[in-house]
Design a protein around this ligand. Structure first.
Ligand SMILES: *Cc1c(COP(=O)(O)O)cnc(C)c1O
Ligand code: SF4
Length: 352
């Protein structure tokens, strides 16, 4: 056995529970002992959790490992850039009551829990996530808010990760949403099939369908290596249960900011019946500057993918405008209105 393989086997063996502290990460060989004090300072500000399924994907011998970069805390998080915000997409300004964010006329976010199976180091809600759930009274108030507004056609469960709710509680929430006549569909944003695929059980799939409404799942996944055998099996169970699957990917420097990695990710997703939905430009959350490419880089990557990848594997590249103005596509553009010209996928311009 090579040295790397021996170290990796040792790591996987030790990680049988979610790692929640710098000491636990160091004991598992996933962080250097010398970093203990710095990482403690990071962990004090931002929640830490690395579940066994993701710890097993990390190659501790690779200092640029794209899985480790997403989930292992780093001293870089202590550097706050002047443009960074505690509430980067302006959720607070659009929150009429606890657990509800209402920015668009036809749809509303409901955040039943703020816990996640893993804490991503670039999280846009990193100063909210970690602990907390709506009480039964707060959940009822949120549902009453939706029930009182017939223009709301879609309820989007997010958080935190709503699939951290026990299936029984999730089913009760789904039934509450399904009792509102004007709600046409429910969307659930989750990282659970990637971070804890063993928790995607038949009971969970049944709970997801308990509203009786069309229920779409949007799975957060950023790198093709996250699509492990266990994760793809979990996605298969959800697809077989009749749940349409979308993906959301955050464009992250040093993780997936090259065309080959994005191509491999989006190809794998369509193979596993997941339709790439959004490629998010990273939000300006505090201590995340090391993850942010430029918009120009993101647009160039999307242009490169247009030439080489099936149309059903192309997500929309979006920016959530800081402050709360909402999400908009940020290109690339192919049509030049002034010149009356359209560019093809190789950049050649044609009159139209
Ligand atoms: C992102 C977001 C949505 C969902 O937007 P879509 O473009 O429909 O995916 C809805 N409400 C709020 C407040 C959001 O931030
Ligand atoms: S799963 Fe989503 S909400 Fe949870 S830490 Fe990651 S990015 Fe944030």
């Amino acid at each position: 056995m090579s040295d790397t393989k021996a170290r990796r086997a040792a790591t996987v063996q030790q990680v049988s529970a979610t790692l929640r502290s710098p000491a636990a990460l160091i004991a598992a060989g996933l962080a250097p002992p010398a970093a203990v004090e710095t990482l403690a300072a990071v962990a004090e500000r931002f929640a830490v959790a690395v579940p066994p399924a993701l710890a097993a994907l990390i190659d501790p011998a690779d200092p640029a490992d794209p899985i480790a970069r997403q989930f292992i805390p780093s001293a870089l998080e202590l550097a706050v850039a002047p443009e960074e915000l505690a509430d980067p997409i302006g959720d607070d300004a659009f929150s009429p009551l606890k657990g509800v964010v209402h920015r668009y006329p036809d749809r509303v976010l409901l955040k039943p829990v703020l816990v996640c199976p893993v804490y991503c180091r670039f999280c846009f809600r990193r100063e909210q996530v970690g602990e907390g759930a709506l009480s039964p009274a707060e959940t009822l108030a949120a549902l009453s808010y939706v029930a009182a507004r017939p223009e709301l056609r879609e309820v989007i469960l997010t958080g935190g990760d709503p699939l951290m709710l026990a299936p029984r509680r999730l089913a009760a929430l789904m039934r509450g949403i399904g009792a509102i006549p004007h709600v046409e569909l429910v969307r659930v944003h989750t990282r659970l099939p990637i971070a804890a695929p063993e928790r995607v059980t038949p009971a969970l799939a049944r709970a997801l369908k308990a509203s009786g409404r069309a229920t779409w799942l949007a799975v957060h996944v950023n790198h093709p290596r996250e699509l492990s055998v266990a994760a793809t099996a979990a996605l298969g169970r959800l697809a077989d249960a009749g749940l349409p699957l979308l993906s959301q990917t955050v464009l992250l420097k040093g993780v997936n900011d090259d065309a080959a990695t994005l191509e491999a990710l989006f190809r794998a997703l369509i193979r596993h019946r997941v339709r790439p939905y959004y490629l998010h430009h990273p939000d300006r959350a505090r201590g995340t500057a090391h993850f942010r490419p430029s918009l120009a880089e993101g647009r160039a990557l999307m242009r490169a993918l247009r030439g080489r990848l099936s149309g059903i594997a192309q997500p929309t590249y979006v920016l959530d405008i800081p402050g709360g103005a909402g999400k908009v596509p940020v290109g690339p553009d192919y049509w030049d209105e002034t010149a009356g010209q359209v560019a093809d996928r190789d950049g050649n311009r044609h009159r139209y």
